[in-house]
Design a protein around this ligand. Sequence first.
Ligand code: ZN
Ligand code: FE
Length: 264
Amino acid sequence: MSGPPATPTPTPIPVFDDNYVWAVHDGRQALVVDPGQAGPVAHWLQTHGLALAAILITHHHDDHIGGLAALRRRWPQALAWGPADERIADLNHVVGEGDTVQVAAPALAFQVLAVPGHTRSHLAFHGHGLLFSGDTLFSAGCGRLFEGTPAQMLASLQRLAALPGDTLVCCGHEYTLGNCRFALAVEPGNATLQDHARQVRQWREQDRPSLPSRIDLERAINPFLRVEQPAIGQWLAAHAGLANDADPVAAFAALRAAKDSFRG
Ligand code: ZN
Ligand code: FE
């Protein structure tokens, strides 16, 4: 008897100061997401006796693709999927909205979502109860708007927030502590956020990752998914000059701008 396949355990491999390369494996072959650096990923694979079989790329920034070429030289059988973007070399499969990434081993399939905002070609991958959200959705925060409009980013975030609540959020950076600081400034009365911020502080003091998060937790604590909450509207009215009848896109834009200049 076999029930529905369990959610595979995603492992965050730390690279640079605060990036995570996410890895999933079946005991022999591994898939990694956004290998910004090859060395720590190769070391982790070797330590666990794994071969690299698949690579997913969410967006073109160097801290997400910097290790791609070296890993592919080392594991020439590994296949790489990512967005249509001339700034990304070394892909085998260009994918976009509505496509499925099908990996033979480890046996995994992911739906591709186009989530523009941080960059114009940013993708997210969803499957097996996992979401690889790159620099679009962070825990308690979201990516900066480098190439997209607030309307695009808000729509992208709302699509991710609509995924099943128990989906594990595997994002590109360990920014949770700083994000919680801003979130608490904006929504100080949010008890779930207060509790989670305390938990994250403890994890980080013990040098443990704050991730993966979950979609239902993000809906409860992430101010960028909560721009229609009255408390957040009031904070934006008081601190960002937002009109009381502002639409969600204007509220999101004001919130993102406030985060950009926040010194917590
Ligand atoms: Zn980025
Ligand atoms: Fe990044």
